[in-house]
Ligand binder design. Sequence first.
Ligand code: CP3
Length: 348
Amino acid sequence: MENLKNDLFLRACKKEPIDRTPIWIMRQAGRYLPEYRAVRANSDFKTMVKTPELATEVTLQPVDIIGVDAAIIFSDILVIPEALGMNYEMVESHGPSFDWTISSESDFNKLSKSDLSDKLSYVFEALKLTKKELNGRVPLIGFAGSPWTLLTYMVEGGGSKNFSKIKSLIFNNPTLAHKLLDLISETVSEYLSLKIKSGVNAVQIFDTWGGLLSPDLYKEFSLNYIQKVIAKVERTDEPIISYAKGIHHSMNGLANTGADVISIDWTHNIGKVRRQIGDKVAIQGNLDPTVLYGSIDVIRREAVKVLDSYGKGSGHIFNLGHGILPDISPANTKALVEIVKEESKRYH
Ligand code: CP3
């Protein structure tokens, strides 16, 4: 096993005893940091994603500046649809936009199903370079979108208000939806396995759009495929974290996918989720990201509420309930990290 100077995050994922709660922040390598914006001023988003030196540089920023207990590789979930043959642009102050979308069987046939290690070699190079630069300071997390969340982008072509296209697909052509989800699941498993081979210490699956579905359809179109992905990931002891937003109905389902950690949004009471799912898995979360607009006193009060709600013992990884927003102050973010490091000691 690799010699990590700070392995609190990995030990919390495995519910091993620790002396304080680890913290990292979803989207920690992002626009709220002036140092990120400085790199971004000279390169567009996709160039940063595809240039290992730049991806490494911004991955390390929150470790150096904010003091988080884990690094997450700077990249995007959309590299998978792109590797399947769907080019996208990241449109300024709008979001992703794909060149074409999937609506029929013939679109399925247009997807290119070969050689991830070659097409995504820039990701694996960025991971190796980041591991080298981290030099064991903190663990490195790799990630992918859930099959359902990726399919949503591939069918909608970008963000959406009503998600009419993906919802019509599952009601009008569920067979095609399942065929696509099978293909994406295979691809995501292979991708996460290759990331683990490149040195990541843990992986997270983001199911950002799981909350679009009613409970039974969530199981059919999302949860089942998260489970398939996890079953096929080749790993030794690297934890798998499953993040989902807006799925109050399926906490036990998420905890039963084979994930080691479930990551929950801020609308849950984390202590209640802990009691509901029992000792099976660790829990990551779940501060409301907008708490960081508050004063340091408010941040402390709300962070302590989360720590207190989880209660004593290992198995909690502190995080926000969704990604950090681009206009949050880095000073407040750093204060949150310091508050969690200090206040969490009495829960261990
Ligand atoms: O967490 C990290 O710091 C690692 C990097 C990371 C990014 N995207 C970088 C990014 C991670 C883990 C993601 C995941 C991701 N990407 C998700 C799942 C997590 C979530 O937020 O729900 C999703 C849905 C995407 C797709 C995506 N990427 C969208 C919809 C957008 C545009 C919206 C936005 O926030 O601007 C992106 C762009 C993106 N991905 C940025 C970053 C830092 C901002 C791009 C910029 O610099 O202009």
